[in-house]
Design a protein around this ligand. Sequence first.
Ligand SMILES: NC(=O)c1ccc[n+]([C@@H]2O[C@H](COP(=O)([O-])OP(=O)(O)OC[C@H]3O[C@@H](n4cnc5c(N)ncnc54)[C@H](O)[C@@H]3O)[C@@H](O)[C@H]2O)c1
Ligand SMILES: O=C(O)C(=O)C[C@@H](O)[C@H](O)[C@H](O)COP(=O)(O)O
Length: 552
Amino acid sequence: MAGHSRRAKRARRQPEAVIVGMMGAGKTRLGKEMSQMLGIAFEDADEQIERRIGMTIPKYFAKHGEPAFRQVEYDVIDETLGSFDGIYALGGGAPMTPAVRERLRNYADRGGRVIYLLADPSEAMDRARRGGGRPMLDGDADARWMALYEQRDPVYRQVANVIVRTHGMTPKAAARKMIEMTNEGIVHVDGAGIEPYDVRIGEGTLNHLPDVIGEGPVCVALIHTQSVQRHSDRARAILRKAGYEVSDIVIPDAEAGKTIQVANGIWERLGNEGFTRSDAIVGLGGGACTDLAGFVAATWMRGVRYVNCPTSLLAMVDASTGGKTGINTPQGKNLVGSFYTPAGVLADLRTLTSLPNDIFIEGLGEVAKSGFIRDPEILTILEDHADELRAFDGETFLESPLKPVVAELIERTVRVKAYHVSADLKEAGLREFLNYGHTFGHAIEQLEHFRWRHGNAVAVGMVYAAELSNLTGHLDRQTVEYTYDLLDRLGLPTSWNGASFDEVLALMHRDKKARGNTLRFVGLEEIGTPFHLNDPDADAVRKAFERVRQQA
Ligand SMILES: NC(=O)c1ccc[n+]([C@@H]2O[C@H](COP(=O)([O-])OP(=O)(O)OC[C@H]3O[C@@H](n4cnc5c(N)ncnc54)[C@H](O)[C@@H]3O)[C@@H](O)[C@H]2O)c1
Ligand SMILES: O=C(O)C(=O)C[C@@H](O)[C@H](O)[C@H](O)COP(=O)(O)O
């Protein structure tokens, strides 16, 4: 699972998870349950504090006052976050201290999971009242609890990177849910012009839909293709249970859905159904569907909340993150669109269970691209597991040893994407490196009338870019051969012979990176070092085409 790679990456000792939440939410009870299931230790901050001060918390409160108590509390939490590696439950008021919040942020930045345990208020109040010994609830306990809840809920949401609702669940089921959710990979995307958001990767991440959509929207348009009906049924059930009115919008499959006609049909429907600016759109499907849904979200009333739920490997690793949305025109791929940041990305590994083998393999094209431009470890993982990846079978995937490998590949690839996007949302320079292999790849897609899948076209495009880098004296022959070899082992195409050089050249001139009459490519100097290859020698541009064609 993604959580395993998280553990492997963590160099220092720190808790597996920290639990925050209101008094009576069940932090201690469920924390202990989690620790037993995982076979690791449990620690409760309030019990630690009582051991240190040698008296009960109410007595210490009465004798020394709240500020003195909060200082001891901070010291104990600070030490424990740096020395304990089990499950750690904090007192309900701890995150209200700014220094504790700062410490929790630092813990989360190093891969830590802060769980906000969100219980039903009446259940939690009841438990808090029965528990007794809580100085913050002196007087009318229920009224005090409610007042504290209103004050603390936004703070818990701010410090937590996992929110778990336990309403109506048995302790065992709630603890299992908490474990599942802490095992998710989380990639945070931030940067100039970006409203920060998280990409969540794991089994069951669609359960986060209500938290990501939030309380503002009343109606949610769920845009998906027929091919993912099973998953959209689940998403719709989650949304309806959370109280949203859901409009189910089915669009044509793949690139046939990425058109102005389809977008217009949805705009008409949103208008007829009275969608307002405070409503939300969820796109659930492959990259074509999520590109279109994001485009509709960006343009409806000049922008409504958008949640991206990718269901193909390619959409999980690439299309879902970074805010590029758009449609194709008869003149080319993605020629109309906008940069529009989602409120969140939920990559649920369960959706991969219905993904056909050839579409999974296509997604490996973009995974390999991220290895070539930034993270060579991705290439090592691809090499080490090429045979198993090639034999991907959705039906057995979740129980197979391939699951943690795929989860790690997704997380690493999304990190590469987040690195470029965070620094350069609108593609002024660095972000263009994500376009490695795309100048030639997009031309293939266009000339093949989209019968060629995007990831396959990018694979050939990377071979072209490697050959061009070699012909212009930037890349050694060995790395070019390695490119052919790795892509071939993964089952990706490495050659193409579908049109003339002049036809390809005309389309490469229309690529979004081109400026005036100048061709611009992303080249490679060595693995992990892409560069801008501007206005390359015309002979090299043609010769690279011939090399790619000769292999076919
Ligand atoms: N916005 C970006 O940054 C970005 C990045 C990369 C690619 N893209 C775009 O993404 C598209 C390619 O994405 P793609 O490869 O996902 O193509 P796609 O959306 O066409 O999906 C491929 C096929 O798989 C099906 N499918 C998807 N998930 C499934 C599932 N879980 N079970 C069964 N069938 C499923 C789809 O219905 C489709 O038939 C292209 O349009 C490309 O331009 C965008
Ligand atoms: O996010 C980016 O930036 C990319 O270039 C990622 C590409 O892998 C992706 O195919 C993207 O859709 C291409 O965008 P385009 O601007 O070249 O159409």
